[in-house]
Ligand binder design. Structure first.
Ligand code: HEM
Length: 343
């Protein structure tokens, strides 16, 4: 035993400290976050998926629009520092959230639906399931509930302790942006042109505000759309919902992006694009733009084959859901309340 006393205790302590600091630093600078897995909550919260499905079901059965709100929230989350629930954070004295970004302000809704799901999950297994995972799973369930495809959702995301409104303003596409600019925003996220066209198919459900489609219906809608009585009466409906002059209350009047089957997740959105009846400029551009050679073929493909659309949509949703924020894995947490970071 005597030889131990030759080395001072403080030496061991320093070695342990150095190794510990090294491990922390290695973790901090590790570029690759740990992969998401299907069974992440298997032992810690086996009922998580069931609770989320049940609550999403309640929300969508009470109003099918809720499916669209949840799916869009997930998209706006993932495009800003990865799928880390940064979109759910409210403004506080010390934190500026992303809710007032140009693409989201006055239009992104459904936050209270996620609060409700989170409350139920917390009462089942407190402090275990991240808001980012809840949003990703709920988006999948919402799609199924309005007739869309099923896909497995890998989980294990962490919630961010930050938000970034500047990044939200830069990264999120807007309806009057050019096709090439929108494509570049998807490529930046590691999503392909195919992913973009398939994911935009989410516009088969949900509504847009007059402000988002005014320039389209007083612009080239009349030129792109087929000349038949249904299409013509649709255009005059849209114009009665949305007057040419902006700035008033009518800016928030809404219209379905897929007026044929607004509450059904199907491929009729692409068929509308073939008819030149896309409600948003950005959607119609995928079919009508001279720069849209590849996107046009994809639109035709998904319009002709709903199963092909479902297969690609599922694959692209997993890909979008896997955009991760490596910082969140190290610094992130499981928020108690999705609107605020833990104190
Ligand atoms: C391709 C680029 C995209 C653009 C330019 C775009 C733009 C828009 C706009 C302007 C609206 C209407 C907002 C309003 O007026 O209040 C909207 C609604 C919606 N977007 Fe997108 N979006 C895009 C891609 C996506 C993607 C990838 C998803 C999901 C996978 C998505 C899901 C939705 C849904 C579900 C709605 C309806 C929300 C509601 O009913 O309130 N969008 N989008």
């Amino acid at each position: 035993m005597a030889h131990y006393s030759l080395v001072p205790k403080s030496f061991f302590l320093s070695v342990v400290l150095i190794i510990f600091s090294f491990l922390v630093a290695a973790k901090l600078y590790a570029s690759e976050p740990p992969p998401l897995t299907l069974d992440y909550y298997k032992s810690t919260c086996p009922t998580a998926f069931d609770v989320i499905r049940k609550e999403t079901e309640c929300a969508v059965l009470s109003d099918p629009r809720n499916a669209a709100l949840i799916v869009r929230l997930h998209f706006h989350d993932c495009f800003v520092q990865g799928c880390d629930a940064s979109i759910l954070l409210d403004d506080t004295v010390t934190l500026k959230g992303e809710k007032k970004a140009a693409a989201s302000t006055h239009s992104l809704k459904g936050f209270e639906l996620i609060d409700q799901i989170k409350n139920m999950v917390e009462s089942e297994c407190p402090g275990i399931v991240s808001c980012a995972d809840i949003l990703t799973i709920a988006a999948r369930d919402a799609v199924i509930l309005v007739g869309g495809p099923y896909w497995d959702v890998p989980v294990g995301r962490k919630d961010s302790v930050t938000a970034n409104i500047d990044l939200a303003n830069t990264n999120l596409p807007t309806p009057n942006e050019s096709l090439l600019s929108i494509i570049s925003k998807f490529l930046y996220q590691g999503l392909s042109v195919t992913d973009m066209v398939a994911l935009a198919g989410a516009h088969t459900i949900g509504m847009a505000r007059c402000q988002s489609f005014r320039s389209r219906i007083y612009g080239d809608y009349g030129f792109t759309s087929v000349k038949n009585p249904i299409s013509e009466s649709q255009l005059s409906n849209l114009r009665s919902v949305c007057p040419p002059m902006g700035g008033g209350k009518a800016d928030n009047n809404i219209s379905a992006m897929d007026y044929v089957t607004p509450n059904l997740f199907d491929n009729s959105f692409y068929q509308l694009l073939l008819n030149g009846e896309g409600l948003l400029n950005s959607d119609q551009e995928m079919y009508s733009s001279v720069f849209g050679i590849q996107t046009r073929e994809l639109v035709k493909k998904y319009a002709a084959d709903p199963l092909d659309f479902f297969r690609q949509f599922s694959e692209s949703m997993v890909k979008m859901g896997n955009i991760t924020n490596s910082k969140s894995f190290v610094m992130g947490e499981v928020r108690k309340n999705c609107r605020f970071v833990n104190t």
